[in-house]
Write a protein that binds this ligand. Structure first.
Ligand code: FAD
Length: 411
């Protein structure tokens, strides 16, 4: 099966109808349900659901949308798909639709997140910052500095200082102590609270049992082996699609090397590479366990094996790619762990078993006063959607505590 996901919703649905004519009605109902979820989300300003005054105001503003959303909160996309669709191959296709951003099959992916992703990509489309993703951080820094903030680089936090169950500041690796009214940790929950025998920023005696419970309900998703290639331009046709996903065996979807993701960002922004060159980024899920306890020689040789594996897969869509490679870089789960400072180099938390949609996830508040967490382990669903929403919600929640939020909801 080979299906492209068009920006145009009607074209995409038409393609699915053609491929699965016996499931026309199911396809319409499943993607139609996603649209309903999206319309509810789209009609209300999304801020912190941990702030009662926001919940009250948003309910007054959009009661129907709130009730509509509440209905979907405990439901996963796979349940909705199975209600309307019977074809096993189509259900597998919906699994990879979810897996490519949630790293979970549909049955474990909250419907609210699926509704957002499967509709927004057709309504707003998928947008990329010109100049690469680093631009997002650079623009944020500019905005923060304009508003009087001071950003400290290479300032790793060693400990979050706590007194009488109040977070009062942080201690940096160099011993310097900084004090504040509010502390927000963007480190993962595993790294913040030292869960799963990990060294944490909060001393063990202050870690609430709720955090330990969370680490039993959610596990770390695998990390990736990721390669970046610089290749000669001629191998890629200018109207080639930017993103490709290859799944050889459906039953391997959740396993090591089960899926291959390939992106060619220079098809959208040629200035990312020197003239006449393209960048190819390809990655495949890989667990940190695969990379521990190896000698340097074994580690380097394993990197080359994974590289060969990925090049073989890329050559199924770009034949003879190996003849065009001018530069290569290979990152493993250990690279992600070290340079991103993330527990096991993980992509983010995933449920240990099927859960009730997005209800069991912790959000930004913690059991320690004035300590908040933000990022992809504080909002259900993985990746940048979860991160962006978590950031919005956290800023709102802290603003509400400091009484600096506007009395009105944003438009
Ligand atoms: C190869 C790969 C591909 C991906 N592809 C996608 C994709 O296509 N779409 C998508 O949506 N998502 C994707 N993701 C996931 C996405 O990158 C993450 O979900 C997102 O970056 C998480 O954001 P965050 O702010 O929660 O955490 P992070 O991005 O991990 O940011 C946390 C920051 O805190 C810093 N930090 C940690 N500990 C300390 C400390 N003690 N002191 C000071 N600073 C500290 C870290 O250095 C880091 O800068 C991908 C991830 C990987 C690895």
């Amino acid at each position: 099966m080979n299906i492209s996901v068009d920006k145009n919703y009607t074209e995409f649905i038409k393609k699915l109808h053609k491929k699965f004519p016996h499931e026309k009605e199911g396809i319409n109902k499943f993607y139609g349900s996603c649209k309903k979820v999206f319309n509810c989300l789209d009609s209300m300003p999304l801020l912190s659901i941990e702030d009662p005054s926001y919940l009250f105001k948003v309910f007054l503003k959009a009661p129907k949308s709130c009730l509509g959303l509440a209905r979907w909160l405990p439901i996963n996309a796979g349940d909705v798909a199975r209600k309307f669709i019977k074809d096993p191959e189509l259900l597998k296709f919906i699994d990879i639709e979810c897996f490519c951003w949630s790293v979970m099959p549909a049955i474990k992916t909250p419907m609210i997140n699926a509704g957002m992703v499967f509709t927004d990509r057709h309504v707003g489309g998928i947008n990329y910052p010109k100049g690469g993703v680093g631009q997002i951080a650079e623009k944020l820094v500019k905005g923060l500095e304009t508003l009087g903030s001071n950003i400290r680089y290479r300032a790793n936090v060693k400990e979050i200082l706590i007194k009488n169950n109040n977070a009062i500041g942080v201690k940096l690796k160099n011993g310097e102590e900084l004090f504040a009214k509010t502390i927000i940790s963007n480190s993962t929950r595993w790294d913040t609270f030292g869960l799963n025998n990990n060294e944490g920023l909060v001393k063990r005696e202050f870690v609430h049992k709720k955090e330990k419970k969370w680490s039993k309900t959610y596990k770390a998703s695998p990390s990736f082996v990721s390669i970046h290639l610089g290749v000669g331009k001629n191998i890629i046709n200018p109207d080639f699609n930017c993103h490709h996903i290859i799944v050889d065996k459906w039953e391997e979807l959740e396993n090591e090397k089960g899926v291959i993701f390939i992106s060619i960002p220079t098809l959208l922004d040629k200035n990312l590479a020197p003239p006449d060159k393209h960048i190819i980024h390809a990655f495949t899920p890989s667990s940190i366990n695969e990379w521990e306890n190896l000698s340097k020689r074994e580690y380097l040789s394993k990197k080359e094996d994974y590289f060969e594996f990925l090049i073989n897969k890329i050559s199924t869509i770009l034949p003879n790619i190996q003849d065009y490679i001018e530069h290569k870089e290979i990152g493993t789960p250990k690279t992600h762990k070290r340079f991103l400072n993330r527990f096991e180099g993980s992509y983010g938390p995933i449920p240990n078993k099927k859960l009730l949609g997005l209800l069991p996830m912790p959000f930004n508040t913690t059991n320690i006063n004035n300590l908040y967490c933000v990022g992809d382990s504080c909002f259900p669903g993985q990746g940048l959607n979860a991160v962006a929403f978590s950031g919005y919600a956290c800023a709102h929640k802290v603003g509400s505590k400091l009484k600096i939020n506007s009395a009105h909801l944003p438009e």
